[in-house]
Write a protein that binds this ligand. Structure first.
Ligand SMILES: Nc1ncnc2c1ncn2[C@@H]1O[C@H](COP(=O)(O)OP(=O)(O)OP(=O)(O)O)[C@@H](O)[C@H]1O
Ligand SMILES: [Zn+2]
Length: 723
């Protein structure tokens, strides 16, 4: 506790490691975690009273005073430790992490909600007044907005009725930020395996201590139903639960399923929630009034008053890794947060990450499996179309075998999905006459043609240019040719093959808004569209009951990338997308178009022998010392001037402290050598599992050359993307 005149340490939202000393003014007492406003140079900033730092001697009498303590819930002890943990892990200044935890605290002044009640007939009556009075005739209090909507009158009409004393205004209590789930609304009757799994998770919640459990169940086995019961347990005990989802999976479908179980939707937390709503939720969560939050990565930093369970659904999803700002993996940080609050974490997936599988195999995580689909439904039968022998004619991308299967599905009144993880029309455009290729002026990347938008787009910096009529290099007319397919080109081919199908394309760039995309997903779920063409966003967690056929247009797409997780990712993505088939009454099947159907990933998918895939992949990782058997970090040094970036990277490598256990690879140009005009040099660090990688990097960077000008050094611990 700090009294007036005392010196306190304040953590400020700036990119510096240290805290700042201020003096406590008269009239207030400060505790660690209190949120305060202070001046920093010419600025006013919001900071948090921090503990544990060396306090400056009270004699330094030039210290400024804290301006005021804000009327916000203090940042809890848990949250402060979590902030320290994430900062330390990602090598990010603590203040920048703290900022994420204080993201939406400014509560807009609560607008008084007014309602109206009928009192007596006015002396003067008009048709508009009559409509209002008729609506109020039920004797209940009606909210102004709802009343206006229902009657179509202007607000003045209501005000007039109030002035005439005919209608009485009533103050309504503020709307709650989220409705309380009804635990007994409609519990699913679980099958035996599900019930066992649910009981075990409920016990973990009741134990009130940290545990981590991998909930591994095949697609359609009912993982969601099972973890809902654990959520119910946390709420039954008066606590809160957080369900984390890859952002795109926060669909109406998920929210509706929650509502089917609990009567209301959960509170949603992601970038699309409007600021007013966010602020009210944030405060409701801090007060413990919001019981269940379904959220994306950033939900980890919410100020839960009494968090008793964290679910990470689709835990293997690389969308959990934040790739800019502090580079953290929300799945891993969820486990950390659970440990700090002594609560269980449940990681759910049909195709777990190798990391989580190894943790489960070693007994560090609990392991619950659901080996079968719910309701006796079979997993889809998966087979390959060998593109070397059974491929389509030149310039086409759908093999005759796949076209036939689609036709059969459509004729049977079923739904088919063609999956290609590539947005746009064509990934490369070139001139047939002179060979000119369209490249982004800011990046080492080809421009992707987007035919719907009639433009060439860079997927790295967003650069957009109209598709020209002439080749800019040789002036040739109509010589430009698209190379390779994106989903739009598949849609074009499909339109020729199946002109009568009701086709939708699901791709993140087409729908404009998340709301529109949610609507499109709903039309698919309802079976209104019978032919779906989609990128990876259709793969994640959706339940399309009418879907019986999945065709993977290019199953080899993710394999040749040199990324140590290429095989794992491909296995997960294809396992996920093929798992959309046959979830309803009719059995499903999937066809993989591949030039290498003998590849272990294709073989594992076709045989359904998931275990042999994991065994093999884990052995490869162990042998090569790759994660999770070894640790990795990537340093990206970038500058507008290539020479500067390169000489800085070389200078850095020269001063790397020697350690026999550590390997420093590079510097080498990053695979995408230039992004947004910045040249990127890459260093990769490989170390044994127990190596204190963060400490090493911290010491190294502190001793190394100082970044100046606009040169930046980005550190990525456990990198997921090597682009
Ligand atoms: N006990 C149950 N009673 C009724 N319906 C169930 C039950 N268990 C699962 N289902 C239904 O089976 C379907 C698949 O369940 P769910 O989506 O929970 O599976 P999942 O394992 O999460 O799948 P995925 O990994 O593919 O996302 C859903 O429509 C769900 O409502
Ligand atoms: Zn670009």
């Amino acid at each position: 506790m700090a009294n007036p005149g005392d010196v306190v340490e304040i953590l400020l939202p700036v990119a510096l490691e240290r805290t700042y000393s201020y003096r406590v003014p008269f009239g207030i007492v400060l505790m660690p975690g209190d949120v305060v406003r202070v001046t920093l140079g010419p600025r006013e900033v919001v900071g948090v009273v921090w503990d544990g730092d060396g306090v400056l001697p009270a004699s330094s009498n030039r210290l400024k005073y804290v301006e005021e303590r804000l009327a916000l819930p203090p940042v809890s002890d848990h949250m402060r430790r979590f902030i320290e943990w994430v900062a330390n892990w990602t090598l990010t200044p603590r203040g920048m992490i703290m900022r994420m935890a204080l993201r939406a605290p400014e509560l807009p002044p609560e607008k008084p909600r007014l309602g109206y009640r009928y009192k007596h007939e006015p002396e003067r009556i008009t048709p508009a007044r009559r409509r209002v009075l008729a609506h109020l005739a039920d004797g209940f209090v009606h909210e102004k907005r709802a009343l206006i909507e229902a009657t179509g009158v202007s607000p003045g009409v209501i005000d007039g009725l109030v002035d005439a004393g005919a209608v009485e205004p009533v103050a309504l209590p503020p709307e709650p930020p989220a409705l309380m789930p009804d635990l007994d609304f409609s519990a699913a009757s679980l099958n035996e395996a599900q019930a066992l799994a649910a009981t075990s998770l409920q016990q973990a919640v009741s134990a009130r201590r940290f545990s981590a459990t991998l909930l591994e169940g095949v697609t359609g086995s009912g993982k969601t139903e099972v973890y809902f019961e654990a959520v119910a347990e946390a709420v039954r005990q008066g606590g809160q639960a957080l369900i984390m989802l890859p952002e795109i999976a926060l669909t109406n479908q998920f929210l509706d399923r929650f509502a089917q179980r609990f009567g209301v939707r959960p509170a949603e937390w992601h970038s699309g929630v409007n600021p007013g709503k966010r602020a009210r939720l944030w405060h409701g969560i801090a007060k413990g009034e919001v019981a269940v939050v379904a959220g994306a990565r950033s939900a980890l930093f919410l100020p839960f008053a009494d968090l008793r369970l964290i679910i990470v659904d689709e835990e293997h999803d690389s969308a959990y890794k934040q790739e800019d700002g502090p580079r953290y993996n929300a799945r891993d940080m969820a486990v950390v947060r659970a440990r700090l609050v002594d609560a269980p974490a449940v990681l759910a997936s049909a195709t777990p990450s190798i990391e989580s599988r190894v943790n489960a195999d070693r007994g560090r995580y609990g392991h619950i499996t659901l080996p079968e689909r719910f309701g006796g439904r079979a997993l889809p039968a998966i087979s390959a179309i060998d593109m070397r022998t059974g491929g389509p004619e030149r310039g086409k991308f759908i093999a005759p075998g796949l076209a036939t299967a689609v036709r059969q599905a459509l004729e049977a009144g079923e739904q088919a999905l063609l999956f290609l993880n590539r947005r746009g029309y064509a990934p490369l455009t070139l001139c047939r006459k002179c060979g000119h290729r369209f490249q982004c002026p800011n990046c080492t990347a080809w421009l992707v043609e987007h035919r719907f938008r009639k433009s060439l787009v860079c997927h790295h910096c967003g650069h957009t240019a109209p598709v020209p009529r002439h080749c800019p290099s040789c002036e040739g007319e109509d010589t430009l040719t698209p190379c390779g397919p994106g989903v739009e080109r598949i849609a074009e081919e499909v339109a020729g093959l199946f002109p009568d199908a009701h086709t939708v394309i699901l791709s993140s760039d087409i729908h404009g808004s998340a709301e529109r995309l949610k609507q499109e997903l709903d039309t698919v779920a309802k079976g209104e569209a019978n032919l779906v063409i989609g990128t990876q966003l259709v793969a994640k967690g959706h339940n399309f009951p009418h879907l019986t056929l999945v065709g993977v247009v290019d199953a080899d797409l993710g394999l040749g990338t040199g990324d140590p997780r290429a095989a794992e990712r491909t296995f997960q993505l294809l396992g996920q997308v093929t798992g959309r088939a046959g979830r309803g009454d009719r059995p499903g099947r999937a066809l993989l178009q591949s030039y290498d159907p003998g590849h272990p990933v294709m073989q594992a998918l076709m045989s359904g022998d998931k275990e042999s895939f994991y065994t093999r992949e884990i052995a490869i990782r162990a042998k090569a010392g790759l994660p999770p058997y070894g640790r990795m970090a990537a340093l990206t040094i970038s500058d507008e001037d290539r020479g500067k970036a390169e000489s800085f990277a070389r200078a850095l490598v020269k001063v790397a402290p020697f350690d026999a256990a550590l390997r420093v690879l590079g510097p080498a140009e990053a695979p995408i050598a230039v992004i947004r005009g910045r040249h990127r040099m890459r260093l990769i660090l490989q170390a044994p599992r127990e190596f204190a990688l963060q400490d090493y990097i911290r010491a190294w960077l502190a001793a190394g050359p100082k970044a100046n000008g606009q040169l930046t050094v980005e550190v990525d611990i456990d990198p997921m993307s090597f682009a």
